[in-house]
Design a protein around this ligand. Sequence first.
Ligand code: SF4
Length: 505
Amino acid sequence: MLLISPPASRICEAYPALARLGGALKAHNIPYRILDGNLEGLMHMINSEVSNDDTETKRAFRGKQHSLAILTSTTGYTNFDTYKSHIKRLNRLLNKSILINGQEITLANYQDPTLSPLQSEDLIYSSNHFEDNPFYSWFSKRIPAILEEMEVTGDSIQFIGLSVTFLSQALTAFAIAGFIRKIRPDIQIIWGGGLITSWNGSPGSRNLFHERDIVISGPGEIPLLKLYGIESNSNFIMPDYDFALQNKYLSPGFILSYNTSVGCPWKKCTFCPEKYEDNPYISEKRTKVTKELKALVGKYNPILIHLTDSEISPAMLKAITDNPPGAPWYGFCRFTKLLTDLQFCKHLAASGCKLLSLGLESGDKQVLKAMKKGITLEDVPIILQNMKEVGIGTYIYVLFGTPEEDREAALRTRDFVAQNAHLIDFINAAVFNLPVNSEEAQYLNTNNFYEGDLSLYSEFVHPKGWGRKEVRQFLKKEFSSVPEIRQILNRVPPVFDSSHAAFFL
Ligand code: SF4
């Protein structure tokens, strides 16, 4: 079996889904190969010809190997300005590589102004016209070559799995699927990943897949093994990152991406797709997580562990704190009461916790209550102060334009952030998108957002006149312009943001 992650998303680490699936196959002696097409595809584009020979592009082209060497070593992360300039140079090369019709590629993204990944017709078009995809020159050679290698070693290739997590991967995933169907109609395609799960049951997904395709929603390990006649009841078989070792991800060392759970233990926030997709929350046993993390650290010696859970539960935080993995780590959690305990935070820091991404969303009590975030605003400065005291960095997420918010509430959030700016390391400020299946979507005046039948969000008329246009203007003119806030926003690593943030603390 061949597992592929298509381009394009951040090329700083191997995504854990492939490692988990590989681990499950390995545990049952099923031969498999993993192709990190995201990294390979983007590197192919970086190394391809450039269509423009202006001075800046020529300089970027000449210094390409140097930029790659810098960004794959610790020296590239000692000076933020140097780091930014090398990211900019590589992005320039990607943008000047041979593209057509205004296609855009960066180190984390691919988009085509003529095709939308939210439109099923466009994905089908991409599948039928795979040779128009900018990554065709890479996958049309690489996939046949890897299939040949597998056949030479006697591996039977019954299935090819495509793992699609981000919208920026979708058009190329469908192009790859079209290409595989053309060259190897005998091989069955298996679809999985976060985006495929989110699309499950949506009207647009009905015609998206071929009759012979297998579509897996949610964790893929159990259904994948079932295809080989193996009954398993575990979603958490030890992941296998061997495929990632020879790959040069754009990071100063190996980042071990690992999930302790799938879904969210809270699952109540009214703005979050986790609530409406209603996927079950499945957590691995805490003793197994801590044991496994230690074993993986021993085997792969990561520079950083990225816990990719939507939300690390307080119980899991405690377990990891009591049994440190042996390498620095970061992850996402809420402003939970547990973090108001300074003693606990000291242990957390001692366990290797470098950075916590924390969803504040709003600095207005009424808005927080309405969005069911389940946090107490008074706890936030205490937690931020604790984090500062013990040396754990903070990446704070704020969200503007929810149906409950008005301009005054947004100003309260801005002032709250500004007052606490000395305790915050990084900020992500986002504009609210209304999940298509949310309760609010039932009573608000809505219409299609991206005009795509696969859209996960709806456009809506804001009941308080605080629409996307007003929010965008506010973010630009009244939020980002506050000097204390601007300073924090300027610290966020471009393109890779939270993925590289821990290296700049
Ligand atoms: S805690 Fe995070 S992942 Fe969970 S429902 Fe809220 S926003 Fe979504």
